[in-house]
Design a protein around this ligand. Structure first.
Ligand code: ATP
Ligand code: MG
Length: 397
């Protein structure tokens, strides 16, 4: 064995690990090709008890056909390798054609996994034949391929487990939050009603009025909470229909701000709202989005100045909703728009974690996008991009 082949061997077997398995395989075969000529290669896998090999990776190394589009050429040999578990070679019956592509030489090698089967198939159009001397290197490539894929499979299982754990955690947190959220208004309602009904005490009219106002407010709170939960469930299952009408975002944002001002007199809001043409949108649902963003800014960035700006482009309009409040620590950003996610450690203020989830579902139902930019101590800015014509945005997507 020459020193270059030896080096290739050593490099191949020192597991080439890149950020993902496709990149690992790209690196592996780039190295491999220095000592082993092939035109195309395809990797097939048979999952579980299935019988049809699926192409999971294909590469064209140079001459001959393009990769994925033509990968069916390896099906037959892949089936043979997978059913026998042995390396298999095939040479073209007619080797006299002037068309190199019509004379494929195949080499198929089994990929060994604990719980699945696979094949690595090489092709050389028009030869040369795969020789015995080349077999150890090809076998090593198959071993390393299986190792890279196995790593990927393990990584995927780990990621799935992590997601399942995260979802279970969210459900647990939700049950704790929701019990608390439902419990406290109901506690007030029950307490004040029982007081009013006591036969051993009489309340003057002013006190009765005071109790009734509390009962009324707490019932509203409860109703809102239940509505949000139902909304989030409907939006999640895609069962909420949107009523698209022409809507001017500048007017809508002005109206929402005016209404919020009615409830929070001292609130400072800067509006940068140029007049824009109408977009197709559901007014009620979009109002809900901006209400939620106001609700959050008031709750989590109290006493700050909210800035709302609007930019109209030809086919998209962009709303930015920013506060210079405490911001959100970066580790929470990936989860903010998930159902039931509240940033931990803000228990005195946090809600059910439905607000941003509902915003995202509504924006997505408009075929738009919502994102957040935030840095601790500096503030939070939500960006909502809405297509002027949602149905057009779908076609373009
Ligand atoms: P709900 O809206 O259902 O009452 P919530 O406010 O906790 O509950 P979201 O509106 O989804 O849920 O917000 C998720 C989390 O994002 C909040 O718990 C809060 O920690 C954080 N957050 C949202 N907006 C801001 C903001 N403007 N500044 C700082 N933190 C924010
Ligand atoms: Mg909220």
């Amino acid at each position: 064995m020459d020193s270059e082949t030896l080096e290739t061997f050593t490099n191949l077997s020192s597991s080439i690990v890149r950020e993902n398995w496709k990149k690992s395989l790209d690196a592996l075969f780039l190295l491999f090709r220095r000592k082993f000529v092939f035109d195309n290669l395809v990797i097939y896998l048979v999952e579980g008890s299935g019988s049809t090999p699926e192409v999971v990776y294909a590469r064209a190394a140079g001459r001959g056909r393009s990769k994925e589009a033509e990968s069916s050429w390896g099906n037959e040999i892949a089936n043979q390798v997978i059913s026998t578990g042995k390396a298999t070679e095939s040479i073209p019956a007619d080797q006299t054609s002037s068309d190199r592509i019509a004379m494929p030489h195949f080499l198929g090698l089994p990929l060994i996994f604990p719980d699945r089967r696979g094949a690595l198939v090489f092709v050389r159009f028009g030869g040369p034949e795969f020789s015995n001397e080349e077999m150890p290197l090809a076998t090593l490539a198959a071993v390393e391929t299986a190792r890279a894929l196995e790593q990927n499979i393990l990584q995927e299982s780990l990621t799935q487990l992590e997601h399942a754990r995260h979802r279970a955690q969210l459900q647990d947190d939700f049950i704790a939050t929701i019990s608390h959220e439902l419990h406290s208004p109901l506690g007030f309602i029950k307490g004040y009603t029982t007081s009013l009904l006591r036969s051993d005490t009489t309340w003057d009219t002013a006190t009765q009025q005071e109790f009734l106002v509390i009962i009324d407010e707490e019932s509203d709170h409860l109703l809102t909470l239940i509505d949000r939960m139902l909304d989030s469930a409907r939006l999640q299952s895609g069962n909420m229909s949107m009523d698209f009408q022409p809507v001017r975002l500048d007017s809508l944002l002005r109206d929402v701000t005016l209404r919020v001002h009615g409830r929070h007199e001292g609130l400072e809001v800067i509006l940068d709202l140029p007049t824009v043409p109408p977009i197709q949108a559901d007014t009620v649902r979009l109002t809900q989005v901006f209400d939620n963003l106001f609700d959050n800014a008031i709750k989590y960035a109290p006493g700050t100045k909210i800035t709302i700006s609007l930019h109209g482009k030809e086919s998209w309009q962009i709303v930015t909703f920013a506060d210079p409040g405490p911001g959100i620590p970066p580790e929470h950003i990936p989860f903010l728009f998930e159902r039931f996610y509240s940033v931990p450690g803000q228990f005195s203020k946090s809600g059910t974690g439905l607000g941003l989830f509902i915003c995202k579902q509504i924006v997505q139902a408009h075929h738009g996008r919502i994102s957040v930019k935030t840095s601790p101590g500096k503030g939070t800015a939500f960006r909502i991009e809405l297509p002027v014509r949602p149905e057009k945005a779908v076609k373009e997507a």
